[in-house]
Design a protein around this ligand. Sequence first.
Ligand SMILES: [Zn+2]
Length: 272
Amino acid sequence: MPELPEVETIRRDLEKKIIGKKIIDIRVIQKNSIKNSPTYFTKTLKNNSIESADRKGKLLILKIKENEKYLLIHLRMTGQILCCDTDKKIAKNTRVIFIFDNSQLFFNDTRRFGYLRIVSEKEKDIALKKMGIDILDKNFTPERFKELLKHKRKSLKSVLLDQKIIAGIGNIYADEICFDARLQPNRITGKLNDKEIKKLYNSIIKIINLALKNRGTTFNDYLDSSGKKGNFSKFLKVYQKEKEVCENCHKKEIKKIKVAGRATRYCENCQK
Ligand SMILES: [Zn+2]
């Protein structure tokens, strides 16, 4: 599932590739991928253009020119956004196509949990308000992070995954962050000491930025807007590494357990 580094990579690509370009036509192949009526969706976007591309957590927020409306895109499990030439053929999992003068933009989604939705400015603000702070937000400081963790009786993993607390982390980076901070994912958040919280904060910033620099992680479906895989896979230390010997201590195998209902990998020797 695409997390902050993957969605931010796509956002930066879209900024270069589609901003200001006239949308000549829209083809809705799977209407369930759109949370508006296909007629309204097409009418609002056709002969119009995207003015800016923003992101909060894993949500893409595209401002539609001249009508105070926004196109929200969530990739969920298997969503992909691909910018391609006009002669590119529809794939089996293509759900929506945006047609520009010299290019096309495909929204592909095998599992069909992803969506596109046109909203008003007010609806957009309500949706964003429900989300926690984005990791790349300048207000995401060590002090703010400490405030967010205070008194929480939940496991570290569940807090990292909770988009209403911090927006952008999913299963891959949650495990990698806990390993980097040398903290067990099932620790109770409210019981972490100041030193551990500081370490955890630094690991979040470090891992997310390193993943972003490497254009994300590809395990199954994630591709960037040019159809290329993310390079962070080679930096993974615990995710999908169960039964492999820990790279850090070389003593124990990486364990796979369930925390917060999700498969979780960690090293019992390195993580306390
Ligand atoms: Zn270890």
